[in-house]
Design a protein around this ligand. Structure first.
Ligand SMILES: Nc1ncnc2c1ncn2[C@@H]1O[C@H](COP(=O)(O)OP(=O)(O)OP(=O)(O)O)[C@@H](O)[C@H]1O
Length: 366
């Protein structure tokens, strides 16, 4: 079966500078949710707008359900309304003069569906998004979260081939955002909808995405299931952007398969997983998460001796600043008691599978 969405070597230039989207390729199989994640300006919204037909790509090819909708090299560009897509944006984009039911019924009326069919589909979709009891309310009497549910229902009601969502939760307050985020995954999975979702929020990406594509400077750095992005980041930027804030600098001594041995200077040697072809003599950055530092533990490998410089008790967790042979390391321990104290020497283990080595390209963690 063909992918619901196929993007091949997509390029979008706005002016003469670096392209906003720079050779991006990926697919979204039917029923899957792919999240594009990255910092502001990385090109994720432009990618989504090219899929929607709201931007005209400069190069590459986009196909929806096996049909090419954009291929500038052949002068081919299908208009947004002919792409069979649904869209949900940051702004609620509901029709203020209509009731909830009228808003959700509109796309079906526009498609000239029979009245009985419309009523049944609207009822079913309002139930799905949790607004079954709100059908006759004026849409403007609803809260922001409810209005976004209306916008979602309006996009789902005609079962498009593909649903595009651009930061749909970012205008909601924190509590509602978390609630609707969890709901959204349930709703999309229940309908079997294929989705492309854009966000800069890592947790949102992890909760919603079957796969996450991390973007930077117009390029797709890694496309993988959330567990792989979090445990096997393809490069130092992905590691840092998804929360591996510790970076230790060293020189590569050697590499066996995917394990590199790195000299950290005064701290000693570390073994780390690497996805890159590092070789002896390369300068490397070793990235690791604060929560993967095993304080007070002596494991089989990567055992170090450090010094606690500062201890910040935060109630549910404690953050420790450590000195490791002249390099800084942050450690995080969950629990309501701080188990270690400042100015003490401490043994610690950095499990090799949680230490990731990358070539030092000078700007990996910016
Ligand atoms: N209409 C436009 N004209 C000129 N440049 C644009 C236009 N739209 C986007 N850009 C530029 O393209 C690049 C990518 O922007 P894009 O909005 O896709 O990024 P983003 O990752 O979605 O960021 P954000 O989360 O801030 O929307 C940025 O440098 C942006 O300034």
């Amino acid at each position: 079966m063909s992918a619901a969405l196929l993007i091949e070597d997509l390029v979008k230039k706005f002016g003469t500078g670096r392209p906003a989207v720079d050779g991006v390729s990926f697919d979204v199989p039917a029923g899957e949710i792919v999240v594009l994640l990255g910092p502001s300006g990385c090109g994720k919204t432009t990618t989504l707008r090219c899929v929607a037909g709201l931007e005209h790509p400069t190069g590459g090819r986009i196909s929806i359900a096996g049909r090419v909708v954009s291929e500038p090299e052949r002068g081919l560009l299908v208009s947004p309304r002919e792409r069979d897509i649904g869209m949900v944006f940051q702004s609620y984009a509901v029709w203020p003069h209509m009731t909830v039911r009228q808003n959700v019924a509109y796309p079906l009326k526009h498609r000239r569906k029979a009245n009985g069919d419309i009523n049944a589909k609207v009822r079913e979709t309002l139930e799905l998004v949790g607004l079954g009891d709100y059908a006759e309310r004026p849409v403007t009497s609803l809260s922001g979260g409810q209005m976004q549910r209306v916008a979602l229902a309006r996009s789902l009601v005609y079962r498009p081939q593909l649903l595009l969502l651009d930061e749909p939760l970012s205008n909601l307050d924190a509590k509602l955002r978390v609630h609707l985020r969890d709901e959204l995954r349930r709703i999309l999975k229940q309908t079997g909808m294929t989705g492309l979702y854009v966000t800069h929020d890592q947790t949102e990406a992890v909760v919603l995405g079957d796969r996450i594509g991390v973007m930077r400077n117009g390029k797709l750095l890694q496309m993988a299931p959330p567990g792989e992005i979090y445990n096997r980041p393809a490069d130092a930027f992905v590691a840092n952007f998804t929360g591996a804030s510790n970076v230790l600098l060293g020189k590569v001594l050697g590499r066996t398969g995917e394990t590199a041995t790195i000299d950290l200077g005064a701290a000693g040697r570390i073994e780390a997983w690497t996805p890159q072809p590092l070789s002896a003599g390369d300068t490397a950055r070793v990235a690791l998460r604060a929560e993967n530092v095993r304080l007070g533990e002596r494991g089989d490998r990567n055992v170090f001796s450090g010094r606690v410089l500062e201890c910040r008790y935060q109630g549910m967790q404690t953050v420790y600043d450590l000195d490791l042979g002249g390099q800084r390391l942050e450690a995080l321990e969950l629990g309501t008691a701080a188990r270690h104290h400042a100015n003490g020497d401490i043994a610690l283990t950095l499990p090799p599978e949680t230490c990731w080595a990358y070539r030092d390209d000078g700007h990996a963690a910016d």
